[in-house]
Every structure is written in structure tokens, then in C-alpha cells.
Write a protein that binds this ligand. Sequence first.
Ligand SMILES: Nc1ncnc2c1ncn2[C@@H]1O[C@H](COP(=O)(O)OP(=O)(O)OP(=O)(O)O)[C@@H](O)[C@H]1O
Ligand SMILES: [Mg+2]
Length: 469
Amino acid sequence: MAKRKQVTVGDLRSDPVLFAEHVLGITLHEGQKRILRSQARFIAVRAARRFGKSYVFSAYAAWAICTQENYRVIVISRIMRQSLEMFKTIKAIIMNSPMAESVVRCTMTEIVLSNGSQVQSLPGSSPNTLRGITANLVMVDEAAYVDEEIFIEIYPTILSTKGRMILISTPAFEVGEFYRACMLAKEYTSFHFTHADAVWDDGTPFVDPDELEREIDRCGGRESPEYRREYLAEFGNADGVFFDVQALRDAMRADDGSEAIYFAEEGHKYVTGVDIGQINDYTVIATMDITDPNAYWVREIQRFKGESVDAIIIKINDAAARFNSQKVLIDEGNIGRSIIEHLKIRFPHRPFVGFNFNVSTKPRVMMNLNILLNRRQLFLPDDIELQKEMMSFKYSTNARTKSISMGGANGVHDDIPIALALCVEAAEVFVPRGTLGLGLSGGRMLFPGAPARVSQNEKQMRKRRNVLI
Ligand SMILES: Nc1ncnc2c1ncn2[C@@H]1O[C@H](COP(=O)(O)OP(=O)(O)OP(=O)(O)O)[C@@H](O)[C@H]1O
Ligand SMILES: [Mg+2]
């Protein structure tokens, strides 16, 4: 049997993998080890879901602050909730190791050691919290899904220290800083890990194969764009992406992580939009606050599948009752029509209305949702699944018939955008004619990077036009 090599303090300093095993008492899988062993100053890692991305950050942060003096590590997660989660992992790893004895300060977001080094976990949703900070190492989790503005603030934080930066994420589309870092930027060393790269030393997969199969099904199969993105860690093709990525992020930025609202607030008005799923499809019930016509807030999105028709009926009525919705607009395709009939009979005092999606109504209502997002008049809960589904919504134009088809990139998951569009339709935000013509004829709003805010002048013009109609 080979003699086990003695590990020296020097080894622990220079090798985070040895440090993780010998000091933190954790074992990393092969893919995680490759990330930790990179010495590059700028690192971009695109890796599969469930790869252990957040976990590897925690191990790295612990190593960095334990082996260097006065070293400052900032770990950025997408939103407050996630940065608190991330910090729990960092804290658990440190507190369960001999490092615990060197901790001189420990809060919900920060640990300081007796050597003057510290790790701090911050949300990427408020980029200005980074202003003025100096750091030796900045790590960004879910970097493909953070607000792009965060990068403008991050680079200066490591300028004077010649600090390091590590981005890690499941990829999104071929746009933005994370894409640039992985595929284009010379200064970055990039890694690409699929789920198959997450294996233990002895070759056993990190993610349970049965669970992986379920995930593949959920994504829509091995050929589905969702599986390719989430598990093969490939960037999605941005052609035909319908919603502007930055507009979406802006819509979610206002979510400050405060308590969810489950009931109508006094003096507020609401509408509900419902996309009913078939057996294998999700049903989505979305409720939007329409009190302020310049700021529509989506307050609740319920997404579920596998429920009986009766359970769906109860849930729709329950959402409408809790928010006292002024209008509940429901996709009347397939089983929708009979569900609406039942709802009307059982709860006759509520405003249930059917909506017929067809080749002309679908582009219209989706475009209206897009316009509202581009005008920054719609605010959404900050949820990564919601963001992914909206980003996967694509359109294409048939060259011969000129008709537009649109839907989720794998043809399945477009239930959230549909329910949101029904909310916008129920709110009667747009007077037919004028606005629609504006969106469709320009076409520009279909593309990422479309002009952002509507200027004050345009708003005033729009008002006048509406009066004329
Ligand atoms: N090397 C490891 N040893 C033990 N547990 C691990 C290891 N790596 C990750 N885990 C655990 O596996 C789970 C998934 O890890 P983690 O959340 O880091 O994955 P992720 O890639 O960030 O996932 P997601 O794509 O969902 O964000 C967590 O419970 C984490 O604690
Ligand atoms: Mg994670």
C-alpha cells in the first residue's frame, strides 16, 4: 500500500483541495476540485444544475480567509434570500471545523477571523452596496442571472488589490457579462462542466441517476434546450428570444425580498390570469395589483401540476377570493372551457372570463406584456425559475405565411408568460389599435437590447392618442 504523504502547512496554504479535506473535513468531487485548483486571476465556470456550485464557493471562501491575513472575500448571490442561504453554508463549513476557534465576529452575512480576514455575503440585487468596497476576491454565484449592473460595480472593488474574481453559473443565453467571460474575454480562464463531470473519486455520480432522469423529463427530454442549458451547461441561442433580458431583470429588481402578499391590501385592485395545464403541463395562476397604472405588481404566481380538475377549480377561486380580483381571465383552450363553466356555476358572483388563444390573439397579448416590461411598468417577483421561463420564451416568423408562432423554447414551459399576459389583458392596459400597432410595426421591442424606458414625452403623446381613440 502506498504510504500517505504528510501534509504540511505549506501544502494547505497552496492547495485549497487539501485544505478542504484536512481542515474543513469535507470531500469534494472531481469537478469541484478542478475549480479550486485553478490559480487564474479571472475564472468563469459554467456548470450544470446541482453540480455543487454554491458549495464549492463556500469551501473556497473558507480556504482564502484562513490562509491569508487581512484578506477580504465577497460572495455575491442573486438576491438577499440566496445570499443568506449561501452564508449559512459558509458558516456551517467554517463553524464545523477547527477554524471556528479563530472566529472573532459572526453575523448573518459576515465572518471575521483573528487574522483580520473576512468573508461577506451580499445580494447582487442592489449593486450600489458594493460601491466603495475593496476586496481581494469576489465570487459571483448564478452569474448568468444577476443584474448586469453588478459587474460595473465589481471590477473597481478588486482594482487596487489586484484581486481575483470567480464567476459561476448555469448558463443562460448568448448575451451578457457571464457569456462574455466564458466565451469571449481573453482575461478569463473558463471551465465547462456538465452533470457528468460531477463524479466522486471512485467514479460514482454526484447526482443520483434516478433523480437526474426525472430532471431530464421535467426539462422535456435530452434534446430540449432546457436540458442542454441546465445539465449540459450550454448557452442558449438568443435568436428569437422574445423578452428583453435586461427589462426582465429590471422588473425583478424591485423585489426586495420582503414578505409575500397573500391577501388584497386595502384600497388596492387586482386581476388574475390563469393558464390551465393538461395532465403533464403546469397550471399557473398569477395575480397582479393594478392600482397604479404606471406600476403593475405581480403579487402571486402559483405553479403546479398533477392536480385534479376539482383542485384546480378550488385554487383558482381561492386566489380570486383572497385578492378579490376584478377579473379572472382564463385560457379557455382544452379543459379550460369546462373549468370556466364549473367556476361560474359554483361561484356565480365572481368575474370568471374565458380567453381564446389563437394565431392573432396570442401575439397580441404577448406583445402587450412585452411592451409593459420594456416600459418598466411591470414588476415581478425575483424568482430564478420565473426568469428562466420568461427568457426561454421565443418567437419565430414563418417566411411564407408571415404568421408568428411563439412559445416556450421546448414547446412545453410557457405557462408563466401566458398567465402574466392574461393578467395584462385582464387589466385592460392597452386600448385596442394604437399601442399594438406601435409594438408590432416597429418590431424592435422583440429583440434584446431594445430601447428601454419610454420618455416622458412619449407618455404624454400616448395619452393624447388614447383620448383620440
Ligand atoms: N462536495 C460535497 N459534499 C457534500 N455535499 C455537497 C457537496 N457539494 C454539494 N453538496 C450539497 O449538494 C447540494 C447541492 O449543492 P449546491 O447547492 O452547491 O449546488 P448548485 O450547483 O449550486 O445547485 P443549483 O444549480 O440548484 O444552484 C447542497 O445540499 C450541498 O450542500
Ligand atoms: Mg446554487
